[in-house]
Design a protein around this ligand. Structure first.
Ligand code: ADP
Ligand code: ADP
Length: 228
């Protein structure tokens, strides 16, 4: 389901200070698209991701998923929508420390209406050998791949990733990005990824660059699209 943003703004008020974090964003994210959001710190990337995914509400404008107007939803309906349709990956892995990789992914699958097979997902992220280990027994890159597996296990329509490789070295980051690309291709999951990692541009269908609350620049990779 495509996501449609129409003239979306977000203003933060802290005491006397007003910050215009989003200044009227128009954007359509296509079904199955791999969208990357770049831009300097403070340009509005996280705010954009948070309002698209319903973690935060915009100050004005409309956000739609097909014919569902998310900006009309009350908090409860929004939470239900998020649980059912969206997955999240953050810089921190947020794994439960007293559960194995397998059990963490199982928790994710348990939320889904039509979840994926837990072992199959662990295989897709390259952790079939490690699935009975606890988070402390895994490297950072492996933990993040467990985190990706947990989020994808409920089979969300869209996976939102906010700096998923922010804590990883370059080589490990590449492995995590390759996993996201492979999941996008094999499952058709729409990917919306905020990153500083320049290498990820290659696997994106589209790269948008944020600056001071607007989309400053858009780069479309047609060759990637037609290869799908
Ligand atoms: P980025 O993700 O690109 O670093 P953000 O979306 O986090 O940018 O922030 C955009 C702007 O909004 C920045 O000026 C930031 O200081 C401000 N901002 C973000 N979150 C809040 C908040 N909860 N309260 C007040 N200002 C905020
Ligand atoms: P689900 O119920 O499918 O896990 P949620 O919408 O409740 O989905 O949120 C996904 C997870 O992301 C939750 O565990 C939530 O606490 C966490 N989360 C939300 N926002 C942030 C954030 N900015 N940084 C880190 N974790 C977050």
């Amino acid at each position: 389901m495509p996501i449609i943003l129409e003239n979306v703004t977000k203003t933060y008020q802290t005491g006397e200070v007003q910050t215009l974090a989003l200044k009227g964003i128009d954007l359509i994210i296509e079904d199955g698209e791999f969208l990357v959001i770049l831009g300097p710190s403070g340009s509005g990337k996280s705010t954009l991701l948070n309002v698209i995914s319903g973690l935060d509400t915009p100050s004005s404008g409309v956000i739609r998923f097909n014919d569902q107007v998310l900006t009309d939803y009350k908090e409860e309906a929004l939470t239900a929508f998020r649980r059912e349709n969206l997955g999240f990956v953050f810089q921190q892995y947020n794994l439960l420390q007293n559960l194995t990789a397998y059990e963490n992914v199982q928790m994710g699958a348990a939320i889904g209406k039509e979840p994926l097979d837990v072992e199959e997902v662990l295989e897709k992220v390259g952790l079939q050998e490690q699935m009975h280990k606890y988070p402390y027994q895994l490297s950072g890159g492996e933990q993040q791949r467990v985190s990706v597996a947990r989020s994808i296990a409920k089979n969300p329509a869209i996976l939102f990733c906010d700096e998923p490789t922010g804590s990883l070295d370059e080589e490990t980051a590449k492995q995590v990005l390759a996993v996201l690309e492979q999941l996008n291709r094999s499952l058709g999951t729409t990917m919306v990824v905020i990153t500083h990692n320049p290498g990820i541009g290659d696997m994106a269908d589209r790269v948008i660059k944020m600056n001071s609350g607007i989309i400053e620049n858009t780069e479309i990779h047609d060759s990637k699209k037609s290869a799908k």
